[in-house]
Design a protein around this ligand. Structure first.
Ligand code: NDP
Length: 384
């Protein structure tokens, strides 16, 4: 029987919810590219409830305990001697979400001799040392597509919030003001602007599609060009380099994975090549941007705004400079963990566990590492 550790974010400060804003979430059967949603044999949770926090347990307890496995759930994951580290030595499976990542470093993997499976409840397994997982023969899997549209919606929301100066205007209302000039002195229309995405994968394309009706000029860069028909349908201009993209764009939305090629891509040098007063929204990974270069660019006016939901480390410390830099619209890492997304990735984790325990293959599109090498989606997106 297996021991499963599930690292989840803490419950709401007001306690685990007993009722919800809505009674149901829409039921979907396929993602935009035709991939089917998770198909576990069963679920023990109500879609639309809070599953990603400690008391939600990703809806896994009944299923795992019925099968005789042990489930340990904790949010205590970072400090030396934390609950996660204490439970690791005899763990077979670790499950963690990118929003509250259980960093599986090489040192921690070395202290977990029984560990065979690391599941990301979401997308993006860069919190796992993939080299160490490969060397140890640990399988790494994630729930591909489960929250891609959730993230795309968040990115579009933040683009509009920055350009239209939404958050400061809302702030004036809450303060009891009616300060129209204060609200609009930094407010513009998105219409007519040049908007570009760094990468046009699942999320990047979904953002471009959602922006088309705003009558903007759309641009993108990616390692591989999209099919001609997609470029035509969306009216896209392709840029072979990120430099060429940022020179013409007013708004940049970042959607590439974090790997050595993209780490600190947005540094002083690249930010200096952007138009003065550009906006950046980064819902990909924080380290794609140089933390202090972003602060400098906002302070100098080179950037008119920065938003996103990804930080390093996570949770961000109280004195992280992005909390207090000017003209930002940051949220915690929440875009991919709406209640709608949670229902999909909880079902996806259940599907992965059902396959794992039954000795059936995990869907190829969920695999990052298997059999001592990058596999499935991981072989395409990651470098060891
Ligand atoms: P995909 O794998 O579908 O797309 C990633 C795209 O990035 C691919 O088209 C890839 O190109 C491209 N790419 C890779 N390297 C570069 C580069 N150096 N320059 C330009 N393009 C590059 O991933 P998703 O769209 O599903 O997700 C993107 C990222 O978003 C994830 O890696 C993750 O970090 C983040 N994410 C964030 C979430 C959140 O909650 N904030 C939730 C989910 C994901 P090609 O395939 O042609 O090689």
């Amino acid at each position: 029987m297996a021991k499963v550790i599930c690292v989840l974010y803490p419950d709401p400060v007001t306690g685990y919810p007993t009722s919800y804003a809505r009674d149901e979430i829409p039921s979907l059967s396929r993602y935009p590219d035709g991939q089917t949603l998770p198909t576990p044999e069963g679920i023990d949770f109500k879609p639309g409830t809070l599953l990603g926090s400690v008391s939600g347990e990703l809806g896994l307890r009944a299923y795992l305990e019925r099968a005789g496995h042990t489930l340990v759930v904790t949010s205590d994951k970072d400090s030396p001697g934390c609950a996660f580290e204490n439970e690791l030595p005899d763990a077979d499976v670790v499950i963690s979400q990118p929003f509250w990542p259980a960093y599986l470093t090489a040192e921690r993997i070395a202290r977990a001799p029984k560990l065979k499976l690391a599941v990301t409840a979401g997308i993006g397994s860069d919190h796992v040392d993939l080299r160490a997982a490969i060397d140890r023969g640990i399988t790494v899997a994630e729930v591909t597509y489960c929250n891609s549209i959730s993230v795309a919606e968040h990115a579009v929301m933040q683009i509009l919030a920055l350009v239209r100066n939404y958050l400061p205007s809302y702030g004036w209302v809450v303060k009891g003001g009616w300060n129209i000039a204060d609200c609009v002195e930094r407010a513009y229309d998105l219409e007519g602007m040049n908007v570009g995405t760094v990468a046009a994968g699942r999320i990047g394309v979904a953002v471009l599609k959602r922006l088309k009706p705003f009558d903007v000029k759309l641009h993108y860069t990616d390692k591989h060009r999209l099919p001609d028909a997609v470029e035509k349908e969306l009216g896209l201009t392709y840029h072979p380099s990120v430099e060429s993209l940022v020179r013409v764009c007013d708004v940049i939305s970042i959607h590439c994975p974090l790997h050595p090629e993209t780490e600190h891509l947005f540094n002083d040098d690249l930010l200096g090549k952007m138009k003065r007063g550009s906006y950046i929204v980064n819902t990909a990974r924080a380290k794609i941007c140089d933390r202090d270069a972003i602060v400098r660019a906002l302070e100098s006016g080179q950037l008119a705004g920065y938003a996103g939901d990804v930080w390093f480390p996570q949770p961000a410390p109280p004195d992280h400079p992005w909390r207090t830099m000017p003209h930002h619209g940051m949220t915690p890492h929440v875009s991919g963990t709406s209640l709608s997304a949670q229902a999909r990735y909880a079902a996806g984790v259940r599907e992965i566990l059902e396959c794992w325990f039954a000795g059936r293959p995990i869907r190829k599109e969920y695999l990052i590492v298997e059999g001592g090498k990058l596999a499935g989606v991981g072989a395409h997106s990651y470098t060891a």
